[in-house]
Design a protein around this ligand. Structure first.
Ligand SMILES: [Zn+2]
Length: 397
């Protein structure tokens, strides 16, 4: 039980900096002697530190605690077919370092693994963070993924990734725990970890080279039977849209995915032809389209983006109806390009069509965390699992 109680106390201190031993005794029901032992061990392990004294009642002022931010770090890696984002969180959950780099082209597994190695080493050394204090590396990846084995299994936008044992490959390189999760789920975790809104029900609409939804129920990110919850590729974005290979019509995959938006921009004459199977070119073209729409709201570029945003509004309505949501949060690598149009178009369409509109509205907002939200989520996941997950009763070095 010692491990379990230590994790419990550490997590309490992280969430409520400034608790004294007697506060902790009150909250946990442990004895003062046990609590003193636990606090000593956490201090010795440099997981918490004293944060001054607080006068309460008549006795002597009591020592209060907070986590030692530099006690441990977690690294988050977000693989998008167009770019790699890295983030380092400290024990207090503060972002200590981040960087973004282009995904090598072609995006072969070995090249990307090497880029991750170089990127993580560089980031840690640039910021003077010791690898000895890194508890693990979390990876947010396009899916489908095999969560149990930490493998990526044939994501449509990463050609050649038929079966990539990401966890195994990184574990053997780094000798530290590796956790692999879906990009949309990691993004939802990043959003709740850094800006917790208790009890909120929302979908995180993740807009990267691919799109998917992270689902948050009562403030908790929920998962499915595997690790692939939130696939929206075959929800309808446009009932008059083209036929999809699934048999449906106007699915996100054929009507509103980033590559499709760019194709529409080309067809409308707003963009010069580009190879829409190249994630880098799609990302750049989407930025061009957004710039044109911004400077001329009557342009064909603006119409193409409006149509896509209306498609995402339809998708958001389906999610809101199914899950009884209170908010739609949007983010991911393509979010900056889509943000102005989406924030203009989505709220009205969504709230007109939402089945429960007479009871409550649905807030539409952009990520509070920003660009590295999925990388931060991946780091938070591995930090949670290795340091703060009381159930796993993890070792404290
Ligand atoms: Zn479909």
């Amino acid at each position: 039980m010692a491990g379990y109680n230590q994790v419990l106390v550490l997590d309490l201190i992280r969430r409520n900096p400034g608790l004294s031993r007697s506060d902790l005794v009150q909250r946990t029901g442990l004895t003062m002697q046990t609590m003193s032992n636990i606090c000593h061990r956490l201090l010795d392990a440099e997981l918490i530190r004293e944060a001054g004294r607080r006068q309460s009642g008549r006795g002597a002022p009591r020592i209060v605690y907070e986590v030692e931010p530099a006690g441990r770090y977690a690294v988050g890696v977000h693989i998008d077919p167009a770019r790699l984002t890295l983030a380092v969180l400290d024990l207090a959950g503060v972002l200590r370092a981040e960087c973004t780099m282009e995904i090598p082209n072609p995006p072969e597994p070995e090249t990307i693994l090497a880029a991750i190695d170089d990127g993580v080493s560089m980031l840690l050394s640039e910021h003077g963070l010791s690898i000895d204090r890194v508890v693990g590396i979390g990876v947010a990846s396009p899916g489908p993924i095999d969560g149990a084995h930490g493998s990526v299994v044939g994501p449509p936008l990463l050609p050649g990734w038929d079966l990539v044992p990401l966890r195994e490959a990184l574990e053997s390189r780094w000798g530290t725990p590796i956790l692999v999760d879906k990009d949309n789920t990691a993004a939802a975790v990043g959003e709740t970890w850094s800006a917790p809104r208790c009890e909120e029900n929302f979908a995180f609409l993740y807009l990267g080279s691919g799109v998917a939804a992270g689902i948050v129920r009562n403030g908790e990110v929920i998962r499915g039977g595997g690790a692939n919850i939130g696939n929206i590729a075959h929800l309808s974005a446009d009932p008059d849209g083209p036929r999809c290979s699934c048999g449906g019509r106007g699915c996100v995959d054929v009507s509103a995915a980033p590559a499709v938006i760019v194709s529409s921009g080309i067809a409308a004459g707003a963009l010069d032809p580009v190879d829409v199977t190249d994630a880098h070119r799609v990302e750049a073209a989407l930025r061009d389209l957004a710039r044109m729409a911004d400077s001329d709201p009557q342009s064909s570029a603006a119409q193409v983006l409006d149509h896509a945003a209306a498609g995402y509004a339809r998708v958001a309505v389906q999610l809101a109806n199914l899950l009884d949501l209170e908010a739609i949060v949007l983010g991911g690598p393509q979010w900056p390009a889509l943000e102005p149009t989406m924030l203009r178009v989505l709220p009205a369409l969504l709230n007109e069509a939402y089945i429960g509109r007479a009871i409550h509205g649905i807030e539409v907002r952009g990520t509070a965390v920003g660009g590295p939200v999925a990388a931060i989520g991946a780091a938070a996941l591995v930090m949670g699992e290795t340091v703060f997950d009381a159930q796993s009763q993890l070792y404290l070095r």
